[in-house]
Design a binder for this molecule. Structure first.
Ligand SMILES: Cc1cc2nc3c(=O)[nH]c(=O)nc-3n(C[C@H](O)[C@H](O)[C@H](O)COP(=O)(O)OP(=O)(O)OC[C@H]3O[C@@H](n4cnc5c(N)ncnc54)[C@H](O)[C@@H]3O)c2cc1C
Length: 435
């Protein structure tokens, strides 16, 4: 029997759930948020880069008390082979602005802070509470949840599913399919602690400045994947992730890749002498626009990673989670204000509002990119990075070989790896997917 009723139940206290619960509670709705972890953030893994703009829409003065690590002034992109990297670095003093645009954060600390804001807004937040199933009426309308607590049935007009990438509740209830293995990456991450001065000297940082590195190439052994190195105040977050389907196919292990990544000469120098204190593994939805499931139905909406809202090309996820959570809450509030029921027809407003936001516009723009990168993984993540490294060595090594001959050697090595039509085809496909 259902003991208690709420206007809305939010399942999950990650970025999406906290954004949704905060917005709903601030608008005066009776909100229950349920989180299976010991506290908000205890189960969550992120690199982690935080995007200010999306948080400002929820907590405009967050810089006053949020646990932020470093504001980012430098971004590096590396294309790696086994011994070298070819880099594109962008550093600007303009990022030393009064209201910096990107920060590094540590999710366990950040989510706790975020959750406190949700509680201050008036939501009831219950941690160490796992939602076991969605309660549905005879017509399939979601009318509440059953938790692992004693007498744990709770009713609500609407349930916001912010349960993260695996999204077991939604799939169990038949609201969407289990994400395909070729649309989900498994990432592993370690935290490397170093004295602050050492870290700042290695990355050329002053004060709270931060730098991040994103890396592709032979580190993923021909699989679709990426490595990352992010600077915190006194630690470096370092990790790598590849598609689950590729791990299955190749028999490679995430931990094996991480070890190799750490041993790469370009990386080893940055983490030398560090103390490793944490190790975590987590999934990331990477299927993009085509993998997005049904986002709403009778009595429910799905937000954040559970809705596969992740822009893998730009390495953005938490901001899409916060935005979808906020927009879902705003849609629910509008429906509630009109005293309309939380039917599928009415909750379509959430999708309409999301379509008008950067979330869907960006994901739609790159809709062909995940397929292309997966199908052409060997070329984009192995062959081309190796060729670029070869070309760079050849270009920079001064050994009396005439330059014209060097250029011919480079050109021939590209042709030996891929025919001219293959090269042009890849360039064309990449440009088309990027349009
Ligand atoms: C290694 C890694 C690096 C990343 N780096 C970045 C980055 O730098 N920047 C960025 O923007 N994004 C990054 N992301 C993506 C980002 O972490 C996610 O997009 C974001 O956390 C999604 O938020 P969410 O609230 O949807 O899901 P989550 O943060 O996963 O939260 C889901 C919550 O639901 C809870 N939950 C699940 N099931 C239940 C249940 N049945 N009952 C109760 N509670 C439940 C979980 O415990 C969890 O707290 C990264 C991800 C990974 C794995």
């Amino acid at each position: 029997m259902i003991e208690e009723r709420f206007d809305a139940i939010v399942v999950g206290a990650g970025m999406a759930g906290n954004a949704a619960a905060l917005t709903l509670a601030r608008k005066g709705l009776k909100v229950l948020q349920l989180e299976r972890g010991e506290y908000s953030g205890s189960k969550n893994v992120q690199g982690a880069i935080l995007y200010s703009d999306m948080l400002e829409k929820l907590v405009p003065d967050f810089r006053e008390d949020a646990p932020l690590e470093r504001h980012l002034v430098e971004q590096r992109f590396w294309m790696m082979d086994d011994n070298s990297h070819t880099g594109l670095h962008y550093r600007s003093d303009e990022f030393n602005e009064e209201r910096p645009n990107r920060y590094t954060i540590i999710r366990a600390q950040f989510d706790k802070w975020f959750s406190k804001k949700v509680q201050e807004a008036g939501a009831v937040v219950l941690c160490e509470t796992t939602v076991l199933e969605l309660l549905q009426d005879a017509y399939g309308k979601v009318i509440g949840v059953r938790t692992d607590r004693k007498n744990g049935q709770v009713g609500a007009d609407v349930v916001v599913l912010a349960e993260g990438v695996s999204g077991l509740l939604g799939t169990r209830a038949g609201l969407r399919k289990t994400p395909d293995k070729s649309n989900v990456a498994l990432a592993v991450k370690e935290m490397h602690f170093l004295p602050q001065e050492t870290l700042e000297a290695r990355f050329n940082l002053r004060g709270d400045e931060g730098a991040v590195i994103e890396a592709v190439g032979t580190i993923s052994q021909g699989m679709t994947g990426m490595g990352f190195i992010y600077t915190n105040k006194e630690s470096i977050s370092l990790g790598i992730g590849c598609l689950v389907a590729d791990f299955e196919k190749t028999g490679q292990t995430p931990y094996g890749l991480l070890e190799k990544f750490k041993q790469h000469p370009s990386v080893a120098a940055l983490i030398a002498g560090s103390e490793v204190k944490e190790y975590a593994a987590h999934l990331i939805p990477e299927g993009g626009f085509k993998a997005i499931p049904q986002l709403y139905g009778d009595g429910w909406v799905v937000v954040g990673d559970a809705a596969q809202l992740n822009n893998a090309i730009h390495r953005e996820g938490s901001n899409l989670a916060m935005t979808s959570g906020r927009i879902a809450a705003e849609a629910i509030f509008q429906i509630k204000s009109r005293r309309d029921p939380m039917t599928k027809e009415n909750l379509a407003l959430y999708k309409k509002m999301l379509d008008e936001s950067f979330v869907m516009k960006d994901l739609k723009k790159y809709r062909d990119m995940p397929d292309l990168l997966h199908i052409q993984a060997q070329n984009f993540f192995l062959t081309y990075p190796q060729l670029v490294s070869k070309a760079m060595t050849n270009f920079l090594r001064v050994d009396g070989t005439p330059k014209r001959e060097k250029e011919k050697t480079t050109f021939r090595s590209f042709l030996a790896a891929r025919s001219l039509t293959g090269l042009v085809g890849d360039a064309f496909r990449l440009a088309r997917a990027w349009r």
